[in-house]
Design a binder for this molecule. Sequence first.
Ligand SMILES: C[S@@+](CC[C@H](N)C(=O)[O-])C[C@H]1O[C@@H](n2cnc3c(N)ncnc32)[C@H](O)[C@@H]1O
Length: 235
Amino acid sequence: MSANKPGDPTTLGRLYGRSVGKKLRDGQRRLVEELLPRIEIPAEGEVSAGHLFGAAHADRPLHFEIGFGGGEHLAARAEMLPDHRFIGAEPFLNGVAQALAHIETHGLDNIRLHHGDALDLLGRIPDGSLDMLYLLHPDPWPKARHAKRRMMSDGPLELFARKLAPGGELRFGTDHPVYLRHALMVMRRHAGRFDWLVDAPADWSTRPGDWPATRYEAKAIGAGHEVWYFRYRRR
Ligand SMILES: C[S@@+](CC[C@H](N)C(=O)[O-])C[C@H]1O[C@@H](n2cnc3c(N)ncnc32)[C@H](O)[C@@H]1O
């Protein structure tokens, strides 16, 4: 886990709680035992398209999804953009198993996974090398005293800005009004480095066509929540 100092806003272990939920089914266990080792990001070393996929892939655009949940968005984007390379991080093993099932079913060979903390991984990505970063429905930590645990915070935002290439994009989605206000405030503090890609209110109230729905989002909409979509371009 993390070697960061307590109180450091990027202290990684504090950002998530449980990492194993329901017992894995037999098929899921097989995927975790057989497929995961083949596509898991090594525990050490640089995290780049060239290192993970081979030198011939070094110049491919690299996308990173933080907290991919069940992996449906990650898999859909990877299928949409077969020439791009994708990495995803998720500490919840059941989610990793679900993502592996999508990867196997759709025969995707452009995804590598990290079963663990996204920020640990982000630190190993060369500066300025990410083309897209997805943060979709991060845990809201709704109580004010837990606000430091939110992924949309100054520490992680510093890292996002550093790792994205100029012109790279940060996509953020939430249905949580408290998180929304918090995120907009944080983004305002980092406005010097990001342009909010917005022309009209419909831009944040309508999911862009190339932004597949996530499972959490579908549940939120089913429960009658509004969902907000944000795209920021790294200057
Ligand atoms: C509310 S769920 C949303 C999952 C998915 N993005 C979706 O929209 O369906 C938040 C996810 O973030 C993951 N998460 C929390 N802290 C994380 C961290 N530090 N690094 C990576 N993932 C994290 C959780 O395990 C959980 O799967």
